[in-house]
Design a protein around this ligand. Structure first.
Ligand SMILES: O=C(O)CCC(=O)C(=O)O
Ligand SMILES: [Fe+2]
Length: 267
């Protein structure tokens, strides 16, 4: 099954202790240690990528649009963060969804753990564990930090103009004057900005809790679609209700049923 999802020729990660798998992990770990960002282009098999895009497009109509000006863990500078994009929760992925299968594959958790060199667990959140974000024309996710130890994203469809992922390594952390660096980033003067030309099917792993990063405004017509796969150091981690409400406009799977029933009644 997993061989029809992940390109195991390019990334022989069934065994990360020996041979090619070990080399992949070592190279990724080095990238992650040096910059806090590691990318695996062409991680998905082309057919799996188009199946995932198909599922994401089928679900796009029910994306909850979130718009906010400050996240819960933004920089010290009040100019951060404007965010507007659509989000679909984990419970909307089909039982036979390839994205769900990839997230629930223990081999991926082991790979991420090896790259970041820290024990991690998939989160137990019925909504946030693995989500889809949709950036339509004009949407963006302004400069921010994440609260997770490590963020894993899988780009399913790139924008045709704008919608770029930008990342400033080690904006904050030990012995760093975060305020000065954050201001430079927000002034457009960041010294070490990384702006990779991400292609669809790329898996990225980054320490978004130490590096300011953003998705620049999508100025093109094509929707940018990205899957976010969440992990936590603690077992059975569940995000709080504020996060659920902000991204999905509901707090639990049953609320969705309740909302759609009341919606039908109003029609
Ligand atoms: O869409 C992306 O590539 C990054 C998303 C992100 O930074 C986030 O959801 O916190
Ligand atoms: Fe982020």
């Amino acid at each position: 099954m997993i061989q029809s999802i992940v390109d195991l020729h390019r990334y022989p990660i069934l065994d990360t202790q020996a041979g090619g798998g070990r080399s992949v992990v070592e190279a990724c770990h080095r990238q992650f240690r040096e910059t806090g960002l590691c990318m695996l282009p062409g991680f998905l098999q082309p057919e799996a990528l188009s199946t995932m895009v198909g599922e994401a497009q089928r679900l796009s109509g029910e994306a909850h649009i979130t718009e906010q000006y400050r996240g819960s863990d933004t920089s010290t500078d009040p100019r951060a963060t404007h965010a507007k994009f659509g989000a679909v929760a984990y419970d909307r992925l089909a039982d036979d969804s390839l994205l769900r299968a990839l997230y629930e594959w223990d081999g991926l958790t082991s790979l991420v753990e090896a790259i970041v060199n820290q024990p991690l667990n998939r989160t137990s959140d019925p909504l946030v564990s693995c989500t889809l974000s949709y950036f339509s024309q004009g949407d963006e996710l302004g400069w921010h930090y994440d609260s997770n130890e490590a963020t894993v994203s899988l780009l399913l469809q790139a924008a045709d103009e704008g919608g770029a992922f930008e990342f400033v390594p080690r904006t904050r952390g030990h012995g760093v004057d975060a305020k000065e660096r954050e201001q430079a980033v927000l002034d457009g003067q960041a010294e070490h900005l990384i702006s990779p030309d991400l292609t669809a099917g790329t898996l990225s792993i980054f320490n978004g809790n130490q590096a300011l990063h953003r998705v620049s405004p999508n100025t093109g017509k094509r929707q940018r679609i990205v899957a976010l796969l969440n992990y936590a150091a603690e077992a059975d981690y569940v995000f709080n209700e504020q996060v659920h409400m902000r991204f999905f406009g509901r707090t639990s799977p049953s609320m969705r049923l309740f909302n759609s029933v009341s919606f039908v009644n109003k029609c």
